[in-house]
Design a binder for this molecule. Structure first.
Ligand code: HAM
Length: 427
């Protein structure tokens, strides 16, 4: 037998049996985003590698180890997007959308990171990404976070909690970085290899170390919050007040640093204890320097992205996955003429009842087989088209979900009869 082609590790199919919960999440998010005035933008999945290096930072895990980078036939180095913010900012600049205007944008789709796959961590994963560009905050910071809280409420997700922090300005971060490097140098012999490497390139990321042996050293490290500049401090304090006033609960986590370099001031993360090690379901922050860094007018901005697979898993765990939708009507055909007429009559019925789900039995089968399929489909009604009845201008209808007999009806009246039977519950 020919050897089967294997799927790529960490890249998943979303099957029809699973898609309902994805669509539920997507439509709920779409509704809330529209209500807050966010507009959808779609940007390419592939960008110049340089974009991500410049935006995310050369010394981040994402750029150093996780990017799917290749050279195309024209010799350009291209990368499958590991996140959406860089591409959206690039699109805003390339299309001249900035020019003093303010933008509220969102985008959904797959991202690619060559991480070690495990539950909740994939190499192709989906994000719903939201960006507010041209707003200095902290009002927009508070509103954006309130939007995420509203989404959890709408979806019925309870096992999430919000952590926030401020990373200050690049200057205050530079000062803090020096303090941090001094501290870690004093404990260099106790640092693991990864942290020693980061000491030169990206010492803030040591605070994020997942190695339990690093916990004690990290716990003693100086805090960024102790070195915040006054403006960032005021920004953060106001954000906290606003969140309290709108009733969004949060914890300040002074060690929340995030894995991408473009953040300034506010950062936040919704975490859960329901997904094991992969606890972040939605994270983001302010990136006031990024747009200028990519060649645009200096423009403040903030955004976040949620991991769709992780939120889907929370929904499944909470029993919020919607049931598969059954057809309203299953059309059974019996006889040669009926089989020929079946497609035509069913199309006419779909014209008459565009909001109804009507499934036609395809590929033949005897009466019993077709009824078994009708039953399995979950349909409420069977429409039976038979040669004999057709000769008299009639078809038959049979409720499938209750003990009730079959009744005949003239072809011309079938749409209204179906509608009446479905509408008043006489299934
Ligand atoms: P991020 O924290 O790298 O931020 O990713 C956002 C979310 O994507 C995470 O909280 C997580 O739920 C999900 N995620 C990340 N990696 C994986 C993975 N390998 N498998 C499954 N889910 C994953 C960003 O990407 C920023 N661009 C967010 C942002 C937008 N900041 C400002 N604007």
């Amino acid at each position: 037998m020919t050897k089967q082609i294997q799927p790529i590790r960490g890249m998943n199919d979303v099957l029809p049996s699973e898609i309902g919960v994805w669509q539920y999440l997507e439509s709920s998010a779409r509704e809330i985003l529209a209500a807050y005035g966010y507009e959808e933008i779609r940007v390419p999945i592939v960008e110049h590698t340089d974009l991500f290096k410049r935006a995310i930072g050369e010394f981040t895990d994402v750029v150093e180890k996780e990017m799917y980078t290749f050279t195309d036939q024209g010799g350009d180095s291209l990368t499958l997007r590991p996140e959406a913010t860089a591409g959206i900012v690039r699109a805003v600049i390339s299309n001249g959308l900035l020019r003093g205007s303010r933008l509220k944008l969102w985008c959904a789709g797959p991202m690619f990171r060559h991480e070690r796959p495990q539950k909740g961590r994939y190499r192709q994963f989906n994000q719903i990404d939201v960006e507010a560009i041209g707003f200095a905050g902290p009002d927009v910071d508070a509103e954006l976070i309130a939007l995420t809280a509203r989404l959890w409420k709408k979806l019925g997700i309870e096992r999430v909690r919000l952590q926030i922090n401020s990373l200050g300005t690049p200057e205050s971060r530079r000062v803090y970085r020096e303090h941090l490097v001094n501290y870690f140098r004093q404990h260099e012999s106790r640092l693991d290899a990864d942290s020693r490497r980061r000491l030169e390139s990206n010492p803030l990321r040591i605070l994020d170390s997942k190695n339990p042996e690093m916990r004690e050293i990290v716990a003693g490290a100086p805090l960024l919050t102790e070195h915040l500049d006054p403006e960032s401090r005021a920004h953060f304090d106001t954000l906290c007040v606003m969140l309290r006033d709108v009733g969004v609960e949060f914890e300040v986590n002074p060690r929340l640093v995030r894995g991408l370099d473009y953040y300034t001031r506010t950062v936040f993360e919704w975490i859960t204890d329901a997904l094991g090690a992969q606890d972040a379901v939605c994270s983001g922050g302010r990136y006031d320097g990024l747009i200028a860094q990519l060649g645009g007018e200096p423009t403040p901005a903030i955004g976040f992205a949620m991991g769709v697979e992780r939120v889907v898993e929370l929904l499944v765990q909470a029993g919020r996955a919607p049931a598969r939708q059954a057809p309203d009507v299953y059309v059974v055909v019996s006889g040669e003429l009926a089989t020929k007429q079946g497609v035509v009559l069913t199309e006419r019925l779909r014209d008459a009842l565009p909001h109804r789900r009507i499934e036609l039995n395809l590929g033949g089968g005897n009466f019993k087989t077709q009824f078994r399929r009708a039953d399995r489909s979950g349909a409420r009604l069977a429409l039976i088209i038979g040669d004999d009845e057709l000769g008299r201008g009639m078809v038959a209808l049979k409720p499938l979900r209750e003990e009730s007999g079959q009744s005949e009806c003239p072809i011309a009246e079938v749409a209204s009869r179906i509608e009446a039977m479905l509408a008043d519950g006489r299934r």
